[in-house]
Design a binder for this molecule. Sequence first.
Ligand SMILES: [Zn+2]
Length: 391
Amino acid sequence: MVNYYSADYVLPVSTEPIHNGIVGVDESGEIIGVYQPGTKEISDKNIIKHRGIIAPGFINAHCHLELSHLKGKFPKGTGLISFIEAVISQRNTAEAEIIDAMMAADKEMKQNGIVAVGDIANRSVSKSVKVKSTLYYHTFVEILCFEPEKAQEVFRDGLALCEAFEGLASSITPHAPYSVCKEIFRFFKQLHKPENNLLSIHNQESEEENKLYRYKSGGFIDFYQKLKRDISFFKAQARDSIQTIVPLLPKRQPVMFVHNTYTNMKDIFFVDRFAGNVTWCLCPNANLYIEGRLPKIDLFLNQDSPITLGTDSLASNDKLCILSELLTLHAHFPYLDLAETMKWATINGAKYLGIDHRYGSIEKGKKPGLNLISHTDGLKLSQNSTVVPLL
Ligand SMILES: [Zn+2]
């Protein structure tokens, strides 16, 4: 049986928005067709009419499912370093509590119309939840190692953890420029099939990261002192963190830089010139939660690398909802065009995760999930907009 849904607008993403468009979907969720109003072929069909916008299922490009139990635990606006210290202090939570919170978070994402997730892992605890979930997960196993002498061991442990996610999509990735030494990047260059290893790197989430790289000063010096880590080997690089690490990255590995709150125009030029396959991931609500500011969005609009959206974790967000990220962006940057930002929320993430054959756009033969966004104003969101999955 095929169901036909229509709304004020259908946003297929792969083609132009269709006013009063209609989508045909079979029982398995496969798109049978996308139609203009009045199409003869379906004139005798019963069409389920909605107000609002029909869009493909959302792709949450950056999440940390395993931090879900930290919801509401940390105050807002403390800055990144205090936030990291707070996360480290909560390491000993009971596993049952963590799993319950992850299951609730997985359910919340589904209810908010998310169909696929790029999820960071530092341990294997999220595997049982991901195996049972109807959402698609790509797990990024994070490597954190700022001390060169430990690099080999830490990298080996990371590969083993990645193997623990066998049966699910996974890859290993450096955590962030301030937490990974050059030696770790050398190991990434030696990976057997680099083009299959997606990277997802936290980037310039705090100005302290740039201070560390430019001048070897700022909050990360105290941070490592408190952890009793000797970073005397590290030399100031006289340029921003991203400009230092891009030349160290294996060119064939697709890389997604996440947050980019303190990324400037020079950094973007540098990345355009010297990096391979780059995607910029924005997590606006998490940026406001932790640092109380947003990236310079305009810098990312007119360049070649695609933009994706992520929620980050419930430790730094009130909800796991891509519509909520869109609402924040459109409220702060009212000139953004929803037909464009919807690509950030859907197809760009699907392409990055290598799942655009199924997800990311409403096209015949795909099973992208369908979302109904209500309380809209033509092709614009309103602050009251809500989302429910239609399938
Ligand atoms: Zn993150």
